[in-house]
Design a binder for this molecule. Structure first.
Ligand code: ZN
Length: 186
């Protein structure tokens, strides 16, 4: 995650809780200005094998302004912290473990669960819309073509019949009209 994004995320932290390891009860919590006791920073290179910066939460244990410079202030993976924060993308509020949010920071995942579901829904709807649009377009096209073809063929048939009829001799026509009605008799 970029530094600016991390800053935004840090501003959106509402509450940090520390739980009791055994019974999960809250032993301490920090809100508002107290959250300044926490920081999110790159850890020294000796901890990272890759070039990708590795971020960790720091807690100001020793009450120093430069507390991020002290290794002992790094919150290890084995911790009992929960974080309540507002998603920087969709503003929905979540309570997650500190490790969960740290994983997102290190993997550059900005979207929360709600964002992700919304994106998927949008993508599915877009997909369905495209499918429906194309299939309905095809149906309409086919229907129109069919109707036109049918109309042409019927007209052709009538005209052909008329021509053929006129080609018959008058005796045939007279006989025909004895058995059938004339157009103007309808
Ligand atoms: Zn979100």
């Amino acid at each position: 995650m970029e530094e600016n994004t991390i800053m935004l995320l840090k501003k959106n932290i509402i509450k940090i809780e520390k739980n009791n390891k055994e019974n999960k009860s809250i032993v301490n919590f920090w809100e508002g200005g107290e959250l300044d006791l926490f920081s999110i920073n790159k850890i020294p290179h000796k901890y990272s094998n890759t070039k990708v910066p590795l971020y960790r939460f720091f807690f100001n244990n020793n009450n120093c302004s430069n507390f991020i410079d002290y290794e002992e202030n790094i919150i290890t993976r084995n911790n009992q912290y929960n974080i309540t924060y507002k998603c920087i993308n969709c503003n929905s509020i979540h309570k997650v473990t500190l490790n969960n949010i740290l994983r997102k920071i290190n993997r550059n995942i900005i979207n929360c669960r709600i964002c992700k579901e919304y994106e998927e829904l949008k993508r599915n709807n877009q997909c369905n819309y495209m499918l429906n649009y194309h299939s309905s377009k095809n149906i309409n096209k086919n229907n129109d073509n069919n109707i036109i073809i049918k109309q042409i063929s019927l007209l052709d048939k009538l005209n052909n019949d008329k021509i053929k009829f006129h080609e018959y001799d008058s005796d045939f026509k007279d006989n025909y009209f004895k058995r059938n009605m004339h157009n103007n008799e309808f």
